[in-house]
Design a protein around this ligand. Structure first.
Ligand SMILES: C[S@@+](CC[C@H](N)C(=O)[O-])C[C@H]1O[C@@H](n2cnc3c(N)ncnc32)[C@H](O)[C@@H]1O
Ligand SMILES: Nc1nc2[nH]cc(C(=O)O)c2c(=O)[nH]1
Ligand code: SF4
Ligand SMILES: [Mg+2]
Length: 247
């Protein structure tokens, strides 16, 4: 039986990127293969328990033991939330693609939302994406810049990842900080354009954390125009859920 380590499950509105405001069920898997200084959800890869909010917005969390099998998780979700009022199910983390065997079992049990599965991923595991791309409707892919992670940007992995993701609805998100450089934005925009210049790029100003500070207004507008030399659609959208008190 395939079982998974989770961090949390809740119903909220998508707070980032072009689907902002869409009602989603968030399933946050545990464990990550990357390290971003700004990460707002770091955590243990094997937590003993996870929490599930029973009534959206009420913060009436119940703690359950990890790992959990797919049938149990699907029946909890269907018991607490009405799938048909939800735009989609966000698979996030941590890095959800670290547990693809589990997702292959879980996703078919969660049919009934309006648009299906929304995958939120760091864009570094193209071979794992290939295993589940047929089960996913939308991909939110990050490009991870060295200036905010301390690790060299995995350009080749990101390129292969985007080629697979482009089979479905996909947009690319880059968290920008005061340390971001124009050269990084140019290289990212060139990479996206080489797959398809119509793929949308969202520049997401960091919510300050881990020594990462906000870029200036001048920096943000400059990087947007750099990216627009290569791409049709480049938007600047910050995280919005925090200001709404949403999870
Ligand atoms: C927590 S990650 C989980 C999914 C996957 N590991 C990834 O990085 O895309 C979800 C999204 O939150 C973004 N994020 C995390 N911390 C942030 C912060 N402090 N400010 C802005 N965005 C942040 C990530 O860049 C990513 O797009
Ligand atoms: N409301 C809300 N929107 C989000 N968009 C991406 C999130 C994530 O952590 O994956 C997230 C999240 O944690 N909450
Ligand atoms: S890849 Fe995602 S979950 Fe992992 S450290 Fe970076 S922001 Fe956090
Ligand atoms: Mg988040």
């Amino acid at each position: 039986m395939t079982r998974c380590h989770l961090q949390e499950v809740f119903s909220s509105v998508q707070g980032e990127g072009p689907y902002v405001g869409c009602r989603q069920i968030f399933i946050r898997l545990a464990g990550c293969n990357w390290h971003c200084n700004f990460c707002d959800t770091p955590g243990n890869a094997r937590p003993a328990s996870f929490s599930i909010e029973k009534s959206p917005g009420q913060r009436d969390f119940m703690n359950l033991t990890n790992p959990v099998n797919a049938e149990k998780l699907a029946s909890l979700i269907k018991g607490y939330y009405d799938l048909k009022t939800h735009h989609s199910i966000s698979l996030t983390g941590g890095e959800p693609l670290l547990q693809t065997d589990y997702l292959i079992k879980l996703i078919p049990l969660l049919a009934g939302t309006r648009q299906g599965i929304y995958l939120e991923t760091n864009g570094t595991l193209p071979d794992k994406l290939r295993e589940i791309i047929d089960l996913v409707a939308m991909v939110s892919m990050d490009i991870k810049l060295e200036s905010s992670t301390g690790t060299a940007t995995p350009w080749e992995l990101h390129h292969r990842f985007l080629q697979v993701a482009a089979q479905k609805k996909v947009y690319v998100k880059i968290v920008i900080t005061s340390a971001t450089s124009s050269a990084e934005i140019k290289k990212a925009a060139e990479l996206i354009s080489s797959v398809n210049p119509a793929i949308e790029l969202v520049l997401q100003p960091v919510t300050p954390k881990g020594g990462c500070g906000l870029p200036t207004a001048e920096q943000v507008l400059h990087w947007q125009s750099v990216a627009l030399d290569y791409l049709t659609n480049v938007r600047v959208i910050p995280q919005t859920h925090l200001m709404l008190g949403q999870l």
